[in-house]
Design a protein around this ligand. Structure first.
Ligand SMILES: Nc1ncnc2c1ncn2[C@@H]1O[C@H](COP(=O)(O)OP(=O)(O)OP(=O)(O)O)[C@@H](O)[C@H]1O
Ligand SMILES: [Mg+2]
Length: 277
């Protein structure tokens, strides 16, 4: 327990924890924003890895890659997810024992979308009223996350929405869910927060940054989020090298560092931050 009763959750990156009075407040929604290649996905891996090592159940949504590739990338930074029990929600077999991490990639979302569409038939919904759930639909995502909670055994009863113990949720990326309707970003992130967010869930949500407009792809998430970690790089054409940075733009209930960090991605280690100046 930290200052004023705020429980801190480790980000898995030491310098970042130090800059956040120990970590992100438990139960917060943290948006990770930034352009391609700035380190957003690797920050997610650190967050998941820290959770697994702390005994937290993890829900890992990845729309960008198959989880196999996430694991392969993480291993390059000394994070061996294979040491933990992983269950892929797309898998046909029920999990034998309670997993440590439930993975939801595009195939998992496809399975859930199909189940949602079919369950209306079973419930005798009129054909005219039935809808097809899309893979990249906030409702599909919400249902998949709820299913992951069930598999992780963190719900006291099937219908409960609130995990009774602390869970880490990673969504990489949330932008994928409103890619074709960016104007809906605020509404969707709000709906998602209402549907899945509880005090026992600490979440990382990756939001891609549209370089052309210099605004996050999906205006609104940053207002709804409790914290924003923003990543960027110098213009590569003028600097002629990749120089990455990270700044804590906002973190509620935290007297956080207010200057940027240089962000390096180092083999065997992953993201390493260094104070500027
Ligand atoms: N083994 C490695 N050693 C050092 N750097 C690496 C290694 N593997 C990947 N990287 C660096 O990490 C970068 C990718 O970081 P990451 O996937 O976190 O970016 P991102 O912000 O999620 O990008 P996107 O928006 O495209 O998903 C690569 O472009 C590369 O520069
Ligand atoms: Mg990424």
């Amino acid at each position: 327990m930290g200052y004023g009763g705020v429980v801190r959750v480790s980000t898995g990156i030491r310098e970042l924890d130090d800059a956040l009075e120990g970590g992100v407040p438990r139960g917060s929604w943290v948006a990770i924003t930034g352009e391609p290649g700035t380190g957003k996905s690797i920050m997610c891996m650190h967050f998941a890895w820290a959770g697994l090592n702390a005994g937290d159940p993890v829900v890992y949504v990845t729309t960008e890659a198959e989880f196999r590739d996430v694991m392969r990338q993480a291993r390059m930074f000394g994070m061996d997810f294979e040491k933990f029990k992983t269950y892929d929600i797309a898998s046909r077999a029920e999990p034998g024992e309670t997993p440590n991490i439930v993975v939801i990639d595009i195939f998992g979302l496809l399975k859930i979308a199909r189940q949602l569409s079919e369950s209306q038939e079973e419930q005798g919904e009129e054909v005219a009223r039935r809808r097809r759930f899309a893979v990249l639909d906030i409702e599909t995502l919400t249902a998949a996350i709820h299913e992951a909670y069930r598999i992780l055994g963190v719900l006291r009863e099937e219908k409960a929405r609130t995990p009774y113990r602390h869970v880490r949720l990673i969504i990489d990326s949330i932008s994928a869910f409103w890619a074709d309707k960016p104007a809906m970003a605020r509404k969707y992130s709000y709906e998602l927060k209402i549907a899945t967010h509880r005090e026992n869930v600490t979440a990382y949500l990756v939001s891609q940054y549209a370089m052309t407009t210099k605004s996050t792809f999906g205006f609104g998430l940053e207002h709804i989020a409790d914290g924003v970690l923003h990543l960027w790089m110098d213009d590569v054409e003028s600097s002629k090298e990749v120089r990455r940075y990270m700044i804590i733009k906002k973190m509620r209930m935290t007297n956080h560092a207010r200057t940027a960090f240089k962000l390096e991605i180092i083999p065997g280690k992953g993201v390493v931050l260094e104070k500027l100046r």
